[in-house]
Design a protein around this ligand. Sequence first.
Ligand code: SAM
Length: 329
Amino acid sequence: MLSDSYGRVATDLRVSLTDRCNLRCAYCMPPEGLDWLPSPELLTDDELVRLIRVAVERLGVREVRFTGGEPLLRRGLAAIVARTADLRPRPEISLTTNAIGLARTAEALHAAGLDRVNVSLDTLRPETFRKLARRDRLPDVLDGLAAAAQTGLIPVKVNAVLMRGLNDDEAVPLLRYCLERGYELRFIEQMPLDAQHGWKRAEMVTAAEILAALEREFTLTPDDPGQRGSAPAEGFLVDGGPARVGVIASVTRPFCGNCDRVRLTADGQIRNCLFARTESDLRSSLRAGADDAELADRWRRAVAIKLPGHGINDPSFLQPDRPMSAIGG
Ligand code: SAM
């Protein structure tokens, strides 16, 4: 098991497949992009699948979520999914994506064993999309979303980050859009994980503000808190249910005490928290010839030292060196 000294057990593995992205969302990256990881530093498909196998067979990981950067940019994604689906016990397999290109690939990914997707959609206005993501790709995102639902990659979850002055008036239209199509919407508070280090607490749209905006149009009833478990989203039934909406209030209502996640970056580093200041280098061990037992042992030690919380609200908080796109969100 991947347990830490506070009694938490990591069973949910987030695997970043690339640090590259085809969008430049303002809360994530500068317009010019970043210095991408050089190819020799990236795990090969075989290395990646081997580490996932170690996690599933030896460390009790039950869910594998592929992310990035943009995971659909990884060549060989369907084969990686298929090889993950062949592991026993078979993990749940999901994908966090901006959905650009998903309309073309959803069926192949589903056939390979992908169970479900989380799609990022922050705005329904093409002009705002251009400003926020600095690309003119809203129709591709909406097509990708529709394809995911049609293909049965369900429940389709939608992630939205609201930014003040840009899309903070879109909570209600986004929820209506998702309700009409059976997607489950979750709002994520903007976190200090942007490459530009431009996050400002005072500018962040809080979960409380988002819920207040929604409550002007809908009746929200808190979901049974017993049902939440380790889920990052606080759930609400909309107008009595069964439709739901969630808020992931990482900053104002942290949920670190129930965290069950561990991350593997595209260059083979284990991170026990999004905000960790240290990483554990599995790639070097792997390339130096470590056997599965040694890799598992290193991984256990990396999780054992997980801190009790992310510390965003501590005066001594320091943003991690890597941005979200290079960690795997
Ligand atoms: N490219 C994929 C996508 O768009 O979903 C996967 C990677 S992206 C880093 C994963 C999620 O992180 C997205 O939902 C995105 O909105 C969110 N995200 C990125 N930077 C963030 C930040 N600073 N605060 C909160 N969420 C952020």
